[in-house]
Design a binder for this molecule. Sequence first.
Ligand code: G3P
Length: 426
Amino acid sequence: GGAKEEARPDYPMELEMWIGLGGDLGQRIEEMAADFNSRQDKYVINVVEQGDYEEAMTSAIAAYRAGNQPHILQVYEVGTGTFMGSRQVIKPVYELMADAGMPMNKDEYLSQVTAYYSDLEGNMLSFPFNSSTPIFYYNIDAFREAGLDPHDPPSTWPEVAEAAEKLMATGNYSAGFTFQWPSWTQMENFSAWHDVPLGTRANGMLGWDAELVFNDEVRVRHLQQLVDWQKNGVFQYGGRRGDATPLFTSGDVPMYIASSAAYAGIARTANFEFSAGFLPYWPDVAGAPQNSIIGGGSLWVMGGHSDAEYQGIAEFFAYLSSAEVQAEWHQFSGYLPVTYAAWELSREQGFYDKIPIHNTAISQITLNPPTDNSRGLRFGMFPQVRNVILDGMEAALTGEMTAQRALDQAVSRGNALLREFERTVQ
Ligand SMILES: O=P(O)(O)OC[C@H](O)CO
């Protein structure tokens, strides 16, 4: 994708945005674009749903190679390292906004979010849009029925197991708890929450030469515990991605570790009362609980488009980051308010008094000043590394390997991918 000729632009100009979300969330992004389109007549943002996050990223990279890449691409957080290390593929967002005369003020965005998407010089490379963090959802009706305090959810893993046993004793559930995105919730966030490194070099934030180190006693023991809990019904596996929500909303499994943005789907389908608390932790791990890290996605602008097109993208981004638009998106979806103004506006509107779950997510990512283990992750080819981690977790859960062997193997396969990526970084 070389730069396009700068002919006199024709308006209205069509700008394509590929997203990796569907359902209610994808629909709402389409509505936001339609609202922007109706407020001005120069630009038309066309939102195209490209399957899930992984599929959207793969299709966009293939499209870039063929010279027909979209203008904007929603990338899940694990794709961050790959794009940061492939600078020719992207138009950095700080540069896009400055060129358009609307320089970004990083201080307006939550520091946990800007840290994740800035390079070593502190420049924001992608546009923060839908940041989430995993939280611990629980079925209040089920808690009441099992004699558990619905205002005091379990805060440690042993308490989760204890609650699961009480819930299972009612005979009404297929398991005590499940989770979505197993690597994100049980390995990546688990590590930050317990203040142990997933990899060296501040989880890759300080350099591409980082090495994965998640096969220590803390992680091995947790995975082994999941294997054991699966055997006695405390835990039920719910798949690799975000697909476990129906296990919770059907009422079958009363505790669910999932993205704060799973809220939108849960709120619309569960016919029981629910709430959410912090992620559980192991009380004998000294650094826990630390703070959780963000997930979800950000918007990357792809290289090879004209200045006039970049101007339109900058205007769309300015619209998306306005306090009103951000606050509405946050309140609908459960994604974090990525700007302080949207957070403040939501507070003024009494949103957190009405739905305290959303306060839980924000308090949890800001619980303590982040350490090198809890600032975020930046590994190249992390979508592939995540699949390697998932292979390992599943190998342990199916009994094919011990937890130790599964994680040893995931670390060595993952490190091979990091070295492969390191050779390609420009
Ligand atoms: O479901 P989301 O959008 O909050 O994303 C969860 C994970 O971060 C995906 O990598």
